[in-house]
Design a protein around this ligand. Structure first.
Ligand code: ASP
Ligand code: MG
Length: 423
């Protein structure tokens, strides 16, 4: 039993959907659960629609029409028969969106967001499942919301593992015994039967949840890169692909911002010792990267770049030392506002922290800490993290850069810089 996950890029147009079918044929599929994301940039488009609807803008029909046109152009390229049931099925999903948009927004934004944005995955899997069936790859379309049970923390819902495990164990192995199944990433369901989402890029996490509950032999994420590389190939030349990587290393990479792996994905797999394979969807015969319990030492430095960082420096107004009571107040403020610090430094009189910039969040932070501290900050910075660094790499990365903060531990170096590495 395996889980395959195809992200938005791997189903972004008709050609890409055909390529998914090719991969499955080449793989002689049996007992595979296929988890699929929304097509291309659909989640961004639906997110935008949700914002405009919430703000009562009058361009919602136009925004929705663009989303419809994009999907229908893919359907028309995949299904010659205009009477194919897929047309009706997709239309029904769009009617659900129409119904939401017809009424004035009554609910809170995060709730509305999830009801609208979840449709991207439902529509995408409907198209992919129908196309696979048409191509002779027989499969059953499954509504992930019948399995992934969550709380009602909309936009970042938490899995109720006991309920999810019970539902998956009860039904899915029997279905997968006989046929392939296609389901959605990223979405779940509350006990009141409302849709939830698991946080942006959450489809990998869904694949890991299904993999964990099904005791899968492996989970494969099909990507537009050859595997896990030591750096983003859009930013660096001569990147190196890892054949194997330990769970711990991959977790560290995800933590520091390597976008290839969603941070929540690895734990459910590590807990059950299920390997995570990252493979290129354009060259499915290649081995990609296997993330598993390996002791292989890493010798190539891994470079992770995080953009849009803010560096904030706090110093006490009464020029007293940065003691434990000041630190306590600072960390309480960060925790209350849900700000994750990416790197920090403390000196006698100053506390400096670097984190992802969010204007509203930062405004609230300033309001909270303003009475006790003098606050200075720089925005639009880049945080470069190097795991398993060496002098040569650090020297190269720091060349011609204005470094605002630097931090070295035994295995990890971090620099916060003003002039960025750009694509
Ligand atoms: N479609 C969702 C997103 O774009 C989930 C995913 O692709 O993983 O965030
Ligand atoms: Mg995606």
């Amino acid at each position: 039993m395996k889980v395959y996950k195809f992200g938005g890029a791997s189903v972004k147009n008709a050609e890409a959907v055909k390529n998914v079918a090719k991969i499955l044929v080449a793989d002689a599929p049996t007992k595979i659960l296929i988890v699929v994301s929304a097509m291309g940039k659909t989640t961004n488009a639906l997110e935008n629609l949700a914002q405009h609807y919430f703000n009562k803008n009058d361009d919602c029909p136009a925004l929705l029409n663009a989303i419809k046109a994009y999907h229908y152009s893919i359907i028309e390229a995949l299904f010659n028969d205009k009477n194919h049931p897929v047309y009706n099925q997709v239309n029904n999903f769009f009617v659900e969106i129409d119904w939401i948009l017809e009424d004035e927004p009554q609910d809170e934004y995060n709730f509305i967001y999830d009801q609208l944005v979840a449709m991207g995955e439902l529509i995408s899997t409907c198209i992919v499942s129908n196309y696979l069936n048409l191509s002779g790859i027989l499969n059953k379309w499954i509504d992930a919301r019948a399995y992934l049970q969550t709380d009602n923390n909309y936009r970042n819902a938490n899995i109720n593992w006991a309920k999810t495990q019970a539902l998956i164990t009860k039904n899915l192995p029997t279905i997968l015994q006989n046929e392939l199944a296609v389901t959605q990433g990223f979405i779940g369901n509350t006990s009141e039967n409302f849709s939830t989402t698991l946080g942006r890029e959450g489809s990998d996490y869904s694949a890991a949840i299904f993999g964990n509950c099904l005791n899968a032999n492996s989970v494969t994420i099909w990507k537009d890169v050859p595997g896990v590389l030591n750096a983003d190939p859009k930013l660096f030349k001569n990147t190196v692909k890892f054949d194997t990587l330990s769970y711990t290393e991959a977790i560290e990479m995800a933590y520091y911002g390597a976008s290839i792996i969603h941070p929540k994905t690895l734990k459910p797999l590590q807990n059950k010792n299920i390997p995570l394979l990252v493979k290129p969807f354009m060259a499915s015969h290649e081995s990609g990267t296997k993330i598993c319990a390996t002791e292989n030492p890493i010798t190539t430095p891994i470079i992770i770049v995080k953009n849009e960082q803010i560096l904030v420096s706090l110093s006490t107004k009464d020029v007293s030392f940065m003691n434990q009571n000041h630190l306590k107040n600072i960390f309480v403020a960060f925790a209350d506002l849900n700000i994750q610090v990416n790197t920090l430094q403390i000196s006698a009189l100053t506390f400096s922290a670097c984190f992802d910039f969010d204007e509203t969040q930062f405004k609230q932070l300033r309001q909270t800490l303003d009475t006790e501290f003098n606050i200075r900050y720089n925005t639009h910075l880049q945080l470069i993290t190097v795991r398993h660094y060496n002098d040569a790499t650090l020297k190269k990365l720091s060349q011609n850069k204005q470094i605002l903060m630097e931090q070295l531990s035994r295995s990890t170096a971090q620099i916060v810089v003003k002039n960025k590495i750009q694509e």
